[in-house]
Design a protein around this ligand. Structure first.
Ligand code: FAD
Ligand code: NAI
Length: 474
């Protein structure tokens, strides 16, 4: 039996980062991950690398290039004769990007001397002041770890009675490897995956309809920002139906039909070649044998943890999608680092108030901190400043002036409480705002910082100036 200071179960962004950080801190670390590539070999990186963040961003980039060439190059005086689309090549490129990331993590494990075991890790029993973990798969081993970190992630939630077949009813997995552009594509759920995947296939020419149960579009997003994004998506041809009740789903030779009722209670039928179901994800503890050691799960199947990722068992930690909190790769990573540092006796920390969110559509949507609705609900007095990209020189030069930066600051102290962006490169612009909030900066601090000209980041500075109603360029 091989003995380790730390065994990490799961090699996604939570697990692999926890393993590396623990190894950096001088511990003898093993990571067990069961994900297989097409040849049955290891494919480290979990959902994020294999069927999540990385492949979706690769396809979003490719489809954006196609859309630009088809619809926007002409404005720049560039003619594209005979524009064509090779979806096979697009998907193959995405697979190469995924493989580069898989191999990168294997390299990092070697560099940091993390022992990797390819297979499923499950609890056997408590043993020798730690836990016995069985690995089954291409490696069959029994390991003993003094400390265990569980990072087994999440899987797509299926509609009751309609399992994923990845041919006609697709999860995020199948949605990322459709071989040809479907004429009609239906999606259920207009959350993050629905909008990102809907955008990819809409840009490539599919007729896309998204059915969403909630009456409000992107309810968790600041509603001024959500409304602006909704306008842009509708202009791009995404059909988004809100306040929908989904009924029977039937399959025929030609495709799939979804019976649904609209917000007025009228019965409707949506016919499509394929259906993507993106209605959230569920924590994954299948195969872990949590029962063998009495590990406590909640009613959603998530592993119960405290604020510091301690489970119900001593020396067993859990991080990432398998525990409470937002299902985001960077949240999983932060928890991985913090747990490794806590195991080493240090003071690892994760600030849940400054975790940024990004939706990688066009326009991108990004935010950190509280929305205006949340501030109103909590009774906190605040000031708001907005600045449109229409008035930003760099955005005009880019030909991409949709959207705005909105900053919310405390009415008395001016501390930044939230920043909400819809527009070009919102994913990059949000980093400055996260840092400002982490340092508890005021809107005046941002307003006093010199921002390069011309740059999109000037819109952030101007939104900060707008908090005191003193924009210079609007
Ligand atoms: P996972 O990445 O799910 O990794 C868990 C790993 O554990 C997997 O490899 C799994 O095979 C393995 N495993 C499970 N059980 C066992 C076991 N018993 N033994 C051994 N191995 C096991 N987040 C972002 O922040 N940005 C994005 O742009 C983004 N885009 C996304 C796009 C899509 C389409 C999807 C589906 C998700 C996206 N996410 C994004 C969310 C992100 O992928 C997850 O939050 C992140 O992967 C969670 O990391 P994790 O380490 O907790 O789990
Ligand atoms: P989601 O929670 O973002 O959205 C699900 C949507 O489906 C919600 O709007 C919900 O109201 C709706 N819904 C639920 N049941 C429904 C039903 N029966 N009929 C119609 N609508 C229904 O979940 P999604 O899009 O599946 O993504 C899962 C998670 O993965 C995200 O919450 C996020 O944490 C992560 N992710 C992050 C990305 C990013 O950071 N850019 C990209 C993609 C995913």
């Amino acid at each position: 039996m091989k003995q380790f200071d730390v065994i990490v179960i799961g090699g996604g962004p939570g697990g692999y980062i926890a393993a590396i950080r623990a190894a950096q801190l001088g511990m003898n670390v093993a990571c067990v991950d069961e994900w297989k590539d097409k040849q049955g070999g290891p494919a480290l990186g979990g959902t994020c690398t294999n069927v999540g963040c990385i492949p979706s961003k690769a396809l979003l980039q490719s489809s954006e290039h196609f859309d630009q060439a088809a619809h926007h190059f002409a404005e720049h005086g560039i003619g594209v004769a005979g524009l064509s689309l090779d979806v096979g090549q697009m998907v193959a490129r995405k697979d190469v990007v995924v493989k580069q990331n898989n191999d990168g993590i294997l390299y990092l494990f070697k560099k940091n001397k993390v022992s990797f075991f390819h297979g499923r890790g499950s609890f056997v029993k408590a043993a020798d002041g730690g836990y016995e973990i069985k690995v089954s798969g291409s490696a069959e081993e029994t390991l003993v770890g003094t400390q265990i970190v569980i990072a087994t992630g999440s899987t797509a939630r299926a509609l009751p009675g309609t399992p994923f077949d990845e041919q006609m009813v697709l999860s995020n997995d199948g949605a990322l490897r459709i071989g040809a552009v479907p004429k009609k594509l239906a999606l259920i759920g207009s959350g993050v995956i629905g909008l990102e995947m809907g955008s990819v296939w809409r840009r490539l020419g599919a007729e896309v309809t998204i059915l969403e149960a909630l009456p409000e579009f992107l309810g968790a997003v600041d509603q001024q920002i959500a409304k602006e994004a909704h306008k842009a998506f509708v202009k791009q041809g995404l059909k988004i139906e809100l306040g929908v009740t989904v009924g029977a789903i039937k399959f025929g030779k030609k495709g799939v039909s979804v019976a649904w009722t609209n917000a007025k209670g009228e019965a409707q039928l949506l016919e499509a070649d394929k259906l993507i179901v993106s209605i959230g994800r569920v924590p994954n503890t299948i195969g872990l044998k949590a029962d063998a050691v009495g590990l406590k799960l909640d009613e959603r199947g998530a592993i119960v943890v405290d604020d510091e990722c301690r489970t119900s068992l001593p020396k067993v930690w859990a991080i990432g999608d398998v525990v409470r909190g937002p299902m985001l790769a960077h949240k999983a990573e932060e928890e991985g680092v913090a747990v490794a540092e806590r195991i080493a006796g240090q003071h690892g920390h994760v600030n849940f108030n400054t975790i940024p969110w990004v939706i990688y559509t066009n326009p991108e949507i990004a935010w950190v901190g509280q929305t205006e609705a949340q501030l109103k609900a909590s009774g906190r007095a605040y000031k708001a400043g907005t600045f449109p990209f229409l008035a930003n020189g760099r955005a005009r030069a880019l030909g991409d002036t949709t959207g705005m930066v909105k900053m919310l600051a405390d009415a008395a102290t001016d501390e930044i409480l939230g920043v909400h962006i819809v527009g070009p490169m919102a994913s990059e612009l949000i980093a400055e705002c996260v840092m400002a909030m982490e340092f508890r900066a005021s809107s005046e601090d941002i307003a006093r910082i010199c921002h390069a000209h011309p740059s999109l980041s000037e819109a952030t500075k101007e939104a900060a100036l707008a908090v005191e109603k003193r924009t210079l360029n609007f």
